[in-house]
Design a protein around this ligand. Structure first.
Ligand code: APR
Length: 259
């Protein structure tokens, strides 16, 4: 369904604010991948809405028994809650628009809560994956990341070839602290930014949800794209109630018209 005039007006307003900004960044969540066939976590059609949130002690059980964690990972009982959607998903028009905003020189960096690699597949380069990436492994001692493909799993738990620490999935588990390097980089981007767009997140998971607050507290502009209300909507300067796959390409067009 084409976007209505009032929504296009709001997208025009967002484009003018982005054009006059000095350091524009983005924060994205599960909503940007819904149009790629991946379910969100909360709200209508959410995984946690249907199955309940996983227990917060996931990481504790990894720490207590890393070998067991790996044995379970390599011989999982039952299918992942995501089914095949995660492996079959392709970037949608929203992901492609973010990549274009970077190429056009507007978007300085993109912080994503998504582990699906779709922003990178769409061509975005300056991406910070605050919850990790499904294609990578990470050493829990030195934070070095390794491609999952071809990593030596002959001994469990696998050890880091650099520091000998234990290696796990790069995906951040419930109860696991955000790796210090990516957290520091995300906070530094928020502290530099005077304009942030927040797309497809319920903004209830911290510390990711604190990043737009950092921009707001420093007098910066906060723009939201989400078909539904989020925990952040009340502090936003512009709220666009539309899907990412429709609104993001329209934002790119609006910026091109301002050029
Ligand atoms: N376009 C834009 N937004 C959408 C779309 C769409 N097509 N479809 C749904 N949304 C919005 C929903 O209204 C909701 O506000 O996306 C949001 C998704 O929220 P969540 O499911 O809570 O996802 P997210 O905010 O990314 O979750 C944060 O929680 O479970 C953990 O680690 C997981 O990274 C995840 C974190």
């Amino acid at each position: 369904m084409p976007l209505d005039y009032s929504t296009l007006d709001l997208i025009g307003k967002a484009a003018r604010l982005i054009k006059s900004s000095r350091y524009f960044i983005a924060l994205t969540g599960a909503g940007v991948s819904v149009e790629s066939g991946i379910r969100p976590f909360r709200g209508p059609g959410g995984l946690w809405t249907e199955f309940g949130e996983p227990p917060m002690d996931g990481y504790r059980s990894f720490e207590d028994n890393p070998r067991g964690y790996w044995e379970n990972k390599l011989n999982p009982e039952g299918r992942s809650r995501f089914g095949d959607s995660l492996s079959e998903a392709k970037p949608n028009a929203g992901h492609l628009a973010f990549a274009e905003l970077e190429t056009m020189g507007f978007l300085k960096s993109l912080i994503t809560q998504n582990i699906d690699d779709l922003h990178i597949e769409a061509g975005s380069n300056n991406v910070l994956e605050i919850h990790g990436n499904k294609l990578k492994l990470r050493c829990v001692r030195c934070n070095t990341r390794f491609p999952k493909e071809g990593f030596n799993l002959s001994t469990l738990p696998p050890k880091c070839p650099k520091c000998g620490g234990v290696v796990k999935d790069d995906i951040v588990m419930f109860g696991e602290p955000i790796p210090s390097d990516v957290l520091a980089a995300c906070q530094a981007e928020a502290e530099r930014s005077d304009c942030i767009i927040v797309v497809g997140t319920s903004a209830v998971v911290y510390p990711a949800a604190s990043l737009p607050l950092i921009v707001n507290d420093r007098g910066g502009v906060v723009i939201e794209i989400n078909p539904l209300e989020s925990d952040l909507s009340s502090i936003c300067d512009v709220v666009v109630r539309a899907s990412s796959g429709e609104a993001m390409p329209a934002l790119v067009e609006a910026l091109k018209r301002l050029a």
